[in-house]
Design a protein around this ligand. Structure first.
Ligand code: GDP
Length: 141
């Protein structure tokens, strides 16, 4: 099991003023923040990041949403980081997310669901590399 995962505080959560609250949940769940930055994705970046969903009917809506405003991208470290973070954020659909999870508490709806979390160690590596250079993973230096 790997010890890194990639997270995004999505544009709905930033716009709704939840960045600080979600950042605090990350720390409360004992993740070490290797790096974090506030950015606004271009449409092309969002399309590249979600390329695996290219054939899905919601791809256009998703990539438009993800490039609609500022978001915060984060590289996180903890034992079993991928599954620990997926547990902290809850189910994709906030209506199905467990009590106390980030999506339960802060998501807007299925599409605008407050946070992203990698679904495998392999994707975590790829996704961290999509947004951060090695030298930006500050806590490793
Ligand atoms: P995740 O791994 O829990 O983020 O879920 P998925 O990989 O299945 O989907 C990626 C993202 O696409 C989700 O987090 C949602 O933002 C979005 N998404 C998933 N299903 C739908 C849908 O039916 N409609 C819309 N608009 N967005 C969706």
């Amino acid at each position: 099991m790997g010890n890194k995962t990639f997270a995004i505080i999505k544009p709905d959560a930033v716009k709704n003023g939840y960045t600080g609250k979600i950042y605090d949940r990350i720390l409360q769940a004992d993740f070490k923040i290797l790096s974090a930055k506030l950015m606004k994705m271009t449409k092309a970046q969002a399309e590249g990041f979600y390329e695996v969903h290219k054939e899905r009917p919601f791809y256009e809506e998703l990539t438009t949403f993800m490039s609609s405003g500022p978001c915060m991208v984060l590289a996180l470290e903890k034992d079993n980081a991928v599954s620990a973070w997926r547990e902290t954020i809850g189910a994709t659909n906030p209506d199905e997310a467990a009590e106390g999870t980030i999506r339960k508490d802060f998501a807007t709806n299925l599409g605008e669901n407050a946070v992203h979390g990698s679904d495998s160690d392999e994707n975590a590596q790829k996704e961290i590399g999509f947004f951060f250079t090695e030298s930006e993973l500050i806590a490793n230096q």
